[in-house]
Write a protein that binds this ligand. Structure first.
Ligand SMILES: [Zn+2]
Length: 181
């Protein structure tokens, strides 16, 4: 460990934050949108793009997203399903831009705590924790296990729907109050 630096040497080398500068370069590389989408593709499709609906690998590119030009669209040759780089991932529909997610992932790789990440990226600590938790579980959103609890639930749905269309009929059936008093 060098504790003293000759003035001459100090002027020749970078300022004391050389390490930070090197890290900044890496981060700037990641914040490039094209790189971010590359990262996502590698994470979700390590063996090549496949349809999130039917898993088929026969997909064709279908242009780019209008607002995010690096976001590639695809169409499945097998089932016709249309999707893009973010379809079915934890990034879709979230208010944080993709590069913020990738930066959180990057800092997680550096073993920064959620608090440190929040501070570095000027994020809400609760938000950061939610993002980190999702990232740890994987970038592809898990399908919730569908569990139908039987006919009772179906009846409820039917009554609600019926109420919208025919409130009188539902009131007569379900609400004895007011009928003959
Ligand atoms: Zn498909």
């Amino acid at each position: 460990m060098r504790s003293t630096i000759e003035p001459e040497e100090a002027t020749r080398s970078f300022p004391s934050d050389t390490g930070a500068s090197a890290m900044l370069v890496n981060i700037l590389g990641i914040t490039d949108d094209a790189k971010c989408y590359e990262v996502v593709r590698q994470l979700r499709w390590p063996e090549g793009v496949h349809c999130p609906h039917c898993e088929a690998h026969e997909v064709v590119k279908q242009g780019r997203d209008e607002t995010e030009p690096q976001r590639q669209r695809y169409e499945c040759r097998s089932c016709g399903h249309r999707f893009d780089d973010l379809t079915g991932t934890i990034f879709a529909g979230h208010h944080q831009p993709l590069r913020v997610w990738v930066l959180v992932l990057y800092f997680m790789g550096l073993n920064l705590s959620n608090e440190q990440i929040a501070k570095e990226l000027d994020l809400d600590p609760d938000d950061t924790q939610r993002m980190a938790t999702l990232l740890r579980e994987g970038v592809v959103r898990r399908k919730p296990e569908v569990q139908l609890s039987g006919e009772v639930e179906c009846d409820e749905v039917y009554v609600v729907a019926g109420h919208k269309g025919h409130p009188e009929a539902v009131r007569k059936k379900g609400d004895p109050v007011g009928e003959g008093g």
